[in-house]
Write a protein that binds this ligand. Structure first.
Ligand code: SF4
Length: 317
């Protein structure tokens, strides 16, 4: 049943959630729950609570809105991205457990509507482009079009919803004059944030690396999540130019879904397997090339003199 408090609890951005909160006031208890929610996001903890009483459920739903108020007041990109990633992954877990009717109700919140075409589904092109990820798998060239609509499967539909949730969480409106309890919660959370950006990223100067790499590093500095291909590309590139596994792991710590254990394992695996750095042609197929360097391989950037590097930068991304 795609309605009611249980639905609102799992999907606190939904119209059902807004209806459930109608007439409720912001209390210290709700703000405390919101801060707890944000701290869980920092730890990548997407567990959900078992709540028996409707009053507890409503407070938990309200904690989502309060968390957005805290973020709107903090204006901290790292915290917002951590929250967006954690909430979208939590929602994905819920979608995986829920039935198709409920998944459709969540999809409808974002204007995502699919039509059955035999065993496949189709979705209109603008919505597909709006919510598909940067993974090459989702590029239109790898997709079948049916009467102008894009063919997807049920898993991909849930992935589009996950991305829609993430985008929604990332777009937090600025709260200019929040209640004092929201300000106080934001100040407490600031103390929990990593103090400085990765030393490795801080040491990189403009022009040290090719434009595609610099662009990805910029995104990482803003704590934007990077797709798998981008991470693999960065790892092979930096290993190839002599960065060690520790430094590389520290560099990836800027990503909002960073897990030291998983990153160390993956970096170690890439090093052990001695994966080659992708050529420019391959980087282009990943959708990560952003300039016309004509150097064949990003590694050749280091053979260019400053004059050629500047000419490439001036030609622009
Ligand atoms: S041409 Fe090669 S080095 Fe330059 S931005 Fe594209 S992929 Fe990177």
């Amino acid at each position: 049943m795609a309605e009611g408090l249980e639905f609102a609890l799992r999907y606190p951005f939904s119209d059902s959630a807004k209806a459930a909160l109608s007439g409720m006031d912001l209390t210290e208890r709700i703000v405390d729950l919101a801060a707890e929610r944000l701290l869980k996001a920092l730890k990548g903890d997407k567990s959900t609570k078992m709540l028996l009483h409707d009053s507890d459920r409503k407070e938990e739903i309200a904690s989502f809105a309060a968390a957005r108020m805290i973020l709107g007041q903090m204006r901290n990109g790292y915290m917002t991205n951590m929250f967006a990633v954690n909430e979208s992954k939590r929602v994905r877990d819920c979608l995986d457990r829920d039935d198709e009717r409920t998944v459709d109700a969540v999809a409808a919140q974002f204007g995502i509507s699919t039509t059955s075409e035999g065993k496949k589904l189709t979705i209109d092109l603008p919505t597909y482009l709006k919510f598909s990820t940067r993974n090459p798998h989702y590029r239109l060239i790898n997709r079948r079009l049916v009467r102008g609509r894009v063919e997807i499967n049920y898993e991909e539909k849930k992935r589009l919803i996950e991305e829609a949730v993430k985008k929604h969480m990332e777009s937090i409106p600025l709260i200019k004059d929040p209640p004092d309890i929201i300000k106080a919660a934001g100040a407490r959370l600031i103390a929990e944030l990593p103090k400085t950006e990765s030393r490795v990223l801080g040491n990189i100067k403009p022009g040290d690396h090719p434009p595609c790499v610099m662009k990805l590093l910029d995104e990482m500095k803003k704590h934007t999540n990077l797709p798998h291909q981008a991470r693999l590309y960065l790892a092979t590139y930096f290993l190839a130019i002599g960065m060690n596994e520790d430094e590389l792991t520290k560099m990836f710590s800027m990503l909002p879904d960073f897990s030291e254990k998983i990153t160390r394992y993956q970096v170690g695996h890439i090093k052990k397997k001695e994966y080659n750095v992708a050529s420019c042609a391959t980087v282009m197929t990943y959708g990560l090339c952003c300039a016309v360097c004509r150097i064949g391989s990003p590694l050749n950037w280091h053979t260019l003199d400053d004059f050629r590097k500047n000419a490439i930068k001036e030609r622009g991304a």
